[in-house]
Unconditional design. Structure first.
Length: 301
């Protein structure tokens, strides 16, 4: 048996209406005056406001931080600015992609420019790319097998050393031939540098010796020539068995220097006293010096 809501107490109706939403309360208030009075009761709305504030306080305490749900950490909360920026970025990517696709070269041009191998012409030829890949795999496998057979037939390191193809250090110390060749090259260069320095030293020594000889030849004076001439004359007279008196005179004439000067002065004093002259005068010596200097200049010219 159907019963009307009017028979229910007002407290029960208030409790029931507290669970309704605002649009439902609006529809109930339009049914009759009694329900309208209960739906518009301030106590009902005060209770609903209190319940909503309590629920809202609990939900606000449990809500996550805005930084955790905002970009770039998360894309749950998006503002209008984020949405517009994403749309703009997608549009830019779409434009760039379409531009690149329009300007991309064809496989034929890539093959002609040696970017792709000629076997890749299968992209525009009736040959399937799968067949081309299988053919390439077979060729690689064949190359691997050929290389394996050649490695099996290669000679050992000891045989290469015995044939003088590899240096002995490669087999004894397991050193790379390039390192051995570099070491030998360094040794050869050092030997060349040593020989070059030795030759340059010998050349410098020869030049120095020649310069010393030239300097010694330039140092020859009239005194040296007179000494050499007197010594040779003395040796010749000794060979001819000259008497002792003339030999002493020749020996005195062969000496030249400070002692001869002193002896000459003493002799001049004695001769001045006796009126005799035993040694040549200074004018004769100067004339002899000029003569020998002329001889040296003629020989040097």
């Amino acid at each position: 048996m159907a019963q009307s809501l009017d028979i229910l107490p007002a407290e029960v109706l208030l409790r029931v209406f507290s669970f309704l939403e605002v649009p439902d309360l609006l529809q109930v208030s339009r049914t009759c005056h009694a329900l309208r009075d209960i739906a518009c009761d301030p106590l009902l709305h005060h209770e609903r406001l209190h319940h909503a504030s309590y629920t809202l306080a609990i939900a606000l305490a449990r809500r996550p931080l805005k930084s955790s749900i905002s970009p770039p950490n998360s894309w749950i909360w998006l503002s209008k600015t984020n949405v517009l920026s994403r749309q703009i970025s997608k549009s830019l990517i779409r434009i760039r992609l379409s531009h690149n696709l329009e300007h991309r070269p064809s496989p034929r041009s890539l093959v002609e420019r040696a970017i792709l191998p000629s076997s890749c012409t299968g992209y525009w030829s009736p040959v399937s790319p799968a067949l081309i890949q299988s053919q390439q795999a077979i060729q690689r496998r064949r190359l691997i097998d050929d290389l394996g057979r050649k490695l099996e037939r290669r000679p050992s390191m000891n045989s290469l050393v015995s044939l003088n193809i590899l240096p002995e250090e490669c087999a004894r110390r397991s050193v790379s031939p390039a390192i051995v060749a570099t070491r030998r090259k360094v040794i050869r260069e050092s030997l060349k540098d040593g020989l070059r320095a030795w030759v340059e030293g010998r050349a410098l020594q020869a030049q120095k010796r020649k310069a010393d000889e030239l300097e010694a030849a330039e140092r020859i004076t009239v005194k040296t020539l007179v000494r050499r001439f007197a010594a040779r004359k003395l040796v010749q007279e000794m060979a001819d068995s000259v008497d002792s008196i003339s030999l002493e005179k020749r020996r005195a004439q062969a000496r030249w220097g400070r002692e001869v000067e002193i002896a000459r002065l003493d002799q001049e004093k004695r001769t001045a006293a006796t009126g005799a002259c035993a040694h040549p005068t200074r004018a004769h010596v100067l004339g002899l010096r000029k003569f020998w200097e002329g001889v040296i200049r003629a020989a040097a010219g």
